[in-house]
Design a protein around this ligand. Structure first.
Ligand code: CAA
Length: 248
């Protein structure tokens, strides 16, 4: 059985975590398949990628605790480094990535959500970092991405207490972009992906790069990156064609 399902339609890919019997808990095999699936998808010149979980109950209930329980510190470091590599690859993937979240998005599942560009959640979604209860820290980017996306003190609140939040709070804190009834989740994700796919891929890709590269820079340097990428767009026939078509 494959741990990651892929479907591609009209340059939009749907990537589904497929381990529903363990609430899509992320083990090394699944992280490896996720990495290889992304590598494969990168060749497809996609317009948008949607990431979701199979089954009714979870997007993903975290890293696999049965695999982690007996790890040595070296093995744990290797596991975290690989998880981080995969999630960083996802976050810098050359097309927009939408997380479609239902049910539990806990620990590593929450970290996977945070590595996506845009997050749409069903009203069944529940987010938390249970790691401190397991005597560990989040290991696949949670301490860094949540603190950057919200505020350090809010990340500390969620990570120290492990409390579980619902979609309303996630929306209020800017963790998710949209909250929808569960039955509408995938339609909403596809609608957004199709909307993005109508835009010129170069403009979307360069905009993503400008936003991501600017995040860790001061404003002046960020503006330089923006001007550089803006100029690069003018190297392409896409820009000429799109502007000429408008003027006609
Ligand atoms: N790892 C391994 N197996 C898991 C799992 C996980 N993170 N989460 C769920 N499962 C498995 C359960 O063991 C169970 O398997 P069996 O049927 O073989 O017993 C199956 O999934 C269904 O789970 P439950 O019976 O527990 O379902 P529930 O509805 O009663 O509870 C839950 C759901 C509240 C999500 C509960 O499963 C739970 O608390 N899971 C663990 C969540 C967690 O602590 N995640 C953080 C992991 S640490 C991490 O992610 C570190 C990191 O940053 C890298």
């Amino acid at each position: 059985m494959t741990l990651i399902n892929l479907e591609v339609k009209d340059k939009i890919a749907l990537l589904t975590l497929n381990r529903p019997e363990a609430l899509n808990a992320l083990n090394s095999a699944m992280l490896g398949e996720l990495f290889h699936s992304l590598k494969k998808l990168e060749e497809d010149d996609l317009r948008c990628l949607i990431v979701t979980g199979s089954g009714e109950k979870a997007f993903a209930a975290g890293a696999d605790i049965s695999e982690m329980v007996e790890m040595t510190p070296d093995e744990a470091e290797e596991f975290a480094a690989f998880g981080q590599k995969v999630f960083s690859y996802l976050s810098t993937f050359p097309c927009p990535v939408i997380a479609a979240i239902h049910g539990y998005a806990l620990g590593g599942g929450f970290e996977l959500v945070l590595a996506c560009d845009i997050r749409i959640a069903a009203d069944t979604a529940r987010f938390s970092f249970p790691e401190t209860g397991l005597a560990i820290t989040p290991g696949c980017g949670g301490t860094q991405r949540l603190a950057r996306l919200t505020q350090a003190s809010y990340a500390m609140d969620l990570i120290f207490t492990g409390r579980r939040i619902k979609g309303e709070e996630a929306l209020e804190k800017g963790i998710i972009n949209r909250l929808v009834p569960a039955i509408e989740l995938m339609d909403e994700a596809w609608k957004m992906a199709e909307g993005i796919a109508t835009k010129a891929p170069l403009g979307v890709r360069m905009s993503k790069e400008a936003i991501l590269r600017g995040l860790d820079l001061d404003l002046e340097k960020g503006l330089e990156v923006e001007a550089e990428l803006f100029a690069e767009c003018f190297n392409s026939s896409d820009q000429k064609d799109a502007m000429r078509a408008f003027l006609k």
